[in-house]
Design a protein around this ligand. Sequence first.
Ligand code: HEC
Length: 486
Amino acid sequence: MKTKGRCARLYIRLKLGGRGFVRLSVLLLSVLYLRGTILWMTISRRRLLFSSAAAALLPGNARSASTGMITLSPQPLDLEMPVDDFIDEFTPVPSFFIRSHTLIPEVKLADWTLSIDGLVEKPIRLKFEELRQMPRMELVSVLECAGNGRSFYAPRVAGSQWRFGAVGNAKWTGVRLRDVLDKVGLKAGATNLLLDGADVPLGKMPDFQRTIPVAKALDPDTMLAYEMNGAPLTAAHGFPLRLIAPGWASDSWVKWLQHIEVLDHEFEGFWMKTAYRHPNRPVAPGTAVDAKDMVPVTDLNVKSVIAHPGEWAKPGHIAVAGVAWSNASPVSKVEVSTDAGSTWALAKLLGEPTKYGFRKWLYGWDAREGPHTLMSRASNANGETQPLEEQWNPSGYLWNVAQARPVLISRKEPVAAPAPEVAKAEAPNGYAATCMSCHDEHMMRQQRLTRAQWDKEVNKMTNWGAPVQPEKREALLDYLSSRFKP
Ligand code: HEC
């Protein structure tokens, strides 16, 4: 390895009292390869500062100084992991993305039970201790939000504007769902499990409830988890119990689980029949798709992310490194292009493969001065490969384009451009009471929608309980669509 003997910087994280972590950039006169173990992060403090500046440039997003996470919305809480954090096989819990549809419930174990009823021989109500006494299982799996990458779709789609980091990999501990279902006995005709958590809707929004098919529930890898990376789940990650549906997007991984009802049909509620559905065939960007042609989001797509280098690096031999993941079909290869996709070369896959986990990869690049475009492209054992063009869908789900990532190779660090000005405008009278009772400006700033899209959002929110006065509606739309436009 050419980098042998070169100066590498190792990125060290220390967890502090279970809450937050500090990062130390330690200068090591070291090697990039150490007996097959890769010290592949070469993030300098300067680069960290640079990428923080870059994160601050993202419309509507601010990188938190205390956790390093990008806040998409403080309430309901949506936090994203910055792209340069894709360095660990197991994502530390403080860096693990958070996606909330409503406020995070504080569940007290003493009051908590899991009840299972519906089409079962023997309904039960389990206490936490009873669950813990059942045979334990552990599973490594990626958890990815269906909307991860939504911000890259063109035309734009309303919703949380995730970039790369609404995904993480963890070791989950808990019980096999099939073992729990053996206790109740499914009746003939049972086809779906309706999962409900302890979260309470805001306003008149529909309660977050989802069904998974019985076949997925009986899969030996599907589990109910009470631990994440060896510690009890945090409140934001679903304490005390959440579903683990490995290989599937996180809309099925119901948090704060307290009730399972066995049904003979797919649930008819909003979060099953309207949200988390995508077309059953490719559609042209911007197409309105008929509800009968929409199917629930299930399997994740094969995908990879470049964690290093960031937007700038010095010339020389550089480690292009990141992680790749897939669905139930494991990652088989990762290719890297340093010339915007003209030519591709195989990256080295690191560590041991797991069925559903992150796979780290590494590629050595002799980087010459100038602007370059890096890309990575993962494939899985099923022969699926990341596409080069987006497969647009109306809600912006399952983005997995082999992404073009510009990087400037130069001896001198570039000066970050100032943040683009957001047009100033006086909020209309009553805006605070109408929209800001449930949100803050983060939710609006990240959207960048057309007037027609804002119109739809205002309708949706009115149905969810936003007190929009008819005579003030036009002024509200003028404000939103002039200030937060594409
Ligand atoms: C009663 C509480 C409440 C009020 C009032 C409210 N919202 Fe929301 N809004 C929500 C919730 C909850 C979500 C998150 C839904 C999710 O996480 O999927 C949301 C999501 C959104 C989104 C993200 C896209 C989407 O559809 O999920 C936008 C944009 C938005 N709201 C705009 C507005 C605007 C504009 C107003 C004022 C007219 C408003 N909201 C008033 C509760 C509210």
